[in-house]
Design a protein around this ligand. Structure first.
Ligand SMILES: Cc1ncc(COP(=O)(O)O)c(C=O)c1O
Ligand SMILES: [Zn+2]
Length: 433
């Protein structure tokens, strides 16, 4: 256990829970929990320059700022050896790619893409799954269940493979085949629920109570946010490493980070990560966080417009499965992320997201799924309306690979196949227009 972890505080009633007590939500009011650290102690003993110079680029090198510093307990020597090179213990440092064509197209000084489609299961969710699996390994738990729109589940299945933990999954029947294939091939038990993500979520909670499994549901399990915040650490460290002054001794924050939002756990995780870095004094200021929701999943956007933290569920019908939530399960913390950072929420239509897939693929060489393309829609709208100024440095958080959902890419009018016989005359006919 991390000695700098002080406990978990309820985000609603503020009650503090001991680390051991903090399993899921607040025992008093049901609010989501948030981990608290001794930042002064961390800052006294850890130096960002050492992290920048550290050749180990896995997420686990941020141990002092994580609830669990390494997924496998030291005393479990056999598993330590077996998992030495496993994706669970080695992943991290996803690419930060500059997108100069987008900069010119949208008149923004610097646009970076933080490409988490290149994590082990091809989505951002590996950051959360790894932290939950670490907790399970330390507690000797053998089964983890999760409800998911697809990526959280395929991530859990991927990172449990070979680790000795059984993944049990609840997903809507409509989940794209690529994600289902990942879950099955990695050996998860997969319940395809005839219903929405929200119904699968509630069913997973019931199953947790009945069968005693450990539950990874987004937001409900406080370790998911703690894992997701590692993206913020990596962004600020990579920007420092890329700085012209290679002796940079501290991290560097961008001006704006744009994030697709469904349950709101990714944006709340990034917010937590940047807050951690402000609290340790490793960055000077918080970037503005812009969240992008689907227009056809409007519950959170309506709460944002109303200025309150009251979120009323609304049935979601968007094709962007990853951000299709009736009731965002970490919605309160997502609203705080945008409000406290001076950011905002923006809505993206299904058409705009499909268009975004094509633009990102053809200009920046990244292939993303619709939910992820929402970040690009946010960039377009925020730069055209002056919310992002032309001299600012922006990071788009990319969250999931398009290879998991090729049907949506084909809807995106990606181009047409040219059906021909194996004859050069046919090629000539089309090549010459
Ligand atoms: C590709 C993708 N992007 C964004 C999100 C949204 O994350 P959150 O639900 O934490 O807001 C998800 C969640 O499933 C996702 O799969
Ligand atoms: Zn509470």
């Amino acid at each position: 256990m991390n000695p700098y972890l002080l406990g978990f505080r309820c985000t609603r009633c503020e009650q503090m829970l001991d680390v051991e007590e903090a399993l899921y939500t607040c025992l008093r009011c049901g609010g989501n929990l948030d981990a608290h650290y001794d930042y002064a102690g961390i800052a006294r003993h850890v130096n960002p320059a050492h992290l920048i110079a550290n050749p180990n680029h896995s997420v686990w090198r941020y141990a002092p700022l994580l609830p669990i510093g390494y997924p496998v307990p030291a005393q479990d020597e056999q598993r330590q050896a077996e998992l030495r090179w496993h994706p669970l213990t080695t992943f991290g440092d996803s690419p930060l790619i500059r997108a100069p064509k987008l900069e010119r197209l949208l008149d923004v000084r610097t646009v970076w893409l933080k490409d988490d489609s290149r994590l082990p299961s091809s989505s951002f969710k590996d950051r959360a799954s790894s932290m939950v699996i670490a907790r399970a390994l330390h507690a000797g738990i053998q089964t983890i269940c999760a409800a998911s729109t697809g990526n959280a589940a395929s991530s859990l299945a991927t990172l449990c493979a070979g680790v000795g933990i059984q993944a049990v999954i609840f997903v809507p029947r409509s989940t794209p085949e690529g994600k289902l294939a990942q879950m099955l091939v990695h050996g998860a038990q997969v319940y395809a629920v005839e219903g929405s993500y929200d119904e699968a979520f509630d069913l997973a909670l019931q199953a947790t109570r009945e069968f005693g499994w450990y539950n990874r549901n987004t937001g409900f399990n406080p370790y998911t946010r703690e894992g997701k915040k590692t993206a913020a650490f990596e962004i600020c460290e990579q920007l420092a490493r890329f700085a012209p002054d290679t002796r940079a001794a501290t991290f560097r924050a961008p001006d704006v980070v744009i994030v697709p939002v469904g349950d709101g756990n990714i944006i709340s995780g990034l917010h937590k990560g940047f807050k951690d870095l402000v609290n340790t004094g490793w960055i000077e200021r918080m970037p503005r966080l812009i969240g992008v929701t689907a227009a056809l999943a409007p519950a959170l956007y309506r709460a944002w417009q109303s200025g309150s933290e009251q979120i009323t569920p609304v049935p979601a019908t968007t094709i962007a499965g990853g951000i299709s939530a009736d009731l965002p399960r970490d919605g309160v913390m997502a609203l705080r992320a945008v409000r406290e950072s001076g950011g905002l929420l923006i809505e993206a239509s299904d058409e705009e997201m499909l268009d975004g897939i094509r633009v990102l693929a053809s200009t920046a060489a990244v292939f993303v799924e619709p939910a992820c393309a929402a970040a690009y829609v946010g960039l377009v709208k925020a730069s055209r309306s002056g919310i992002i100024r032309p001299d600012e440095e922006v990071v788009l958080q990319l969250t999931g690979s398009g290879l998991k959902d090729v049907k949506s890419a084909l809807y995106a009018r990606a181009g047409r196949l040219i059906p021909i016989q194996p004859r050069i005359e046919d090629v000539r006919r089309f090549a010459e227009g």
